[in-house]
Write a protein that binds this ligand. Structure first.
Ligand SMILES: [Zn+2]
Length: 308
């Protein structure tokens, strides 16, 4: 073998190795919040895309053929879990015929595994009467402390799939955690004057948020998670809000405002549309901006209603 041929061969190997190294890990997430957290940790080592849009109800997403195509070719699927996606995602996972992203596969990550979960069932686990939270509350990303835990799980999974990039993922995780620590102090300070303030929410989306930031959720517009408001429940809620002097109703962007507005008229409460997800409104482009937006919105409203 002459020198030239050997050189060409080595060059080809080097180019192939370089291409393999540069190929980004393809990540699909069920929701935008998981995509935002994966982006924080993965940086330019991954391509990440969410299936649901941030302004959609994550319990009820219309499956599209394009979802199937994305799942078929991805390296990693990150789900919120706790049955949040049970109404739309499991058949797509099966039909994707991608062994990696099947439940328990090497490219499947349930982000709820390491997070702090509230509303855990005490009795028998059941979806009776349409309760869409049978395994505990799946809206757990709305606490920055859980954001850190989710990011940590994502980093561990990315390192498992791309051990050569471990240092990058570790460094990005540390950087994200310290930026989030600083931001969390700011958000806590903004809402500190209103600690213990009573609020009502439409769906049970904000228990982790309320726990972290000191809000007292005394009732819900929905009689049970996933069940639309009924006239009797609405009347009872109005009575309770008047008794307890509740002046704020938090509503997710994907619910009809008719019932919340009538509750607002009866009780004098402010009706606030509080996005629970990245992309809920266009200015919420990442995990930090989600809390920036929601905390500002609440702080402004609570300032008005409490006079503090
Ligand atoms: Zn829910």
């Amino acid at each position: 073998m002459n020198f030239c041929r050997v050189f060409k061969c080595l060059l080809a190997i080097a180019l192939l190795a370089g291409a393999a190294q540069a190929k980004k890990l393809d990540v699909i997430t069920s929701t935008t919040d998981m995509a935002a957290l994966a982006q924080e940790v993965g940086g330019d080592k991954i391509n990440v895309e969410a299936l649901a849009k941030g302004y959609q109800d994550p319990h009820f997403v219309e499956p599209k053929p394009s979802f199937l195509l994305k799942l078929r070719h991805t390296d990693l699927l990150i789900v919120v879990g706790l049955d949040l996606e049970i109404g739309w995602l499991p058949p797509l996972i099966t039909q994707s015929r991608n062994a990696k992203v099947q439940v328990g596969g090497s490219g499947y990550l349930d982000a709820s595994m390491q997070a702090r979960i509230l509303d855990l069932p005490t009795g028998q686990v059941t979806r009776a009467m349409g309760d869409v939270h049978p395994l505990g509350n799946p809206h757990y990303w709305l606490d920055p402390e859980n954001g850190k835990l989710i990011a940590k799980s994502i980093a561990a999974k990315l390192e498992e799939l791309r051990p050569n990039d471990k240092a990058t993922f570790e460094q990005r995780l540390a950087d994200f955690t310290s930026r989030l620590d600083a931001a969390e102090k700011r958000w806590l300070a903004q809402l500190a004057p209103y600690k213990g303030v009573k609020v009502v929410t439409y769906h049970r989306s904000y228990p982790n948020f309320a726990e972290r930031f000191g809000l007292d959720v005394i009732g819900y517009v929905e009689p049970r998670p996933g069940i639309p408001p009924t006239p009797q429940h609405t009347l009872d809620l109005i009575g309770e809000m008047k008794r307890q002097n509740v002046k704020v109703v938090m509503v997710e962007p994907y619910f009809d405002l008719k019932t919340p507005n009538s509750i607002g008229r009866e009780t004098g409460a402010q009706v606030l549309v509080v996005p629970p997800s990245v992309g809920g409104v266009k200015e919420i482009t990442d995990y930090f901006k989600l809390f920036d937006y929601d905390v500002n919105l609440l702080a402004n409203a609570l300032k008005q209603v409490t006079g503090k």
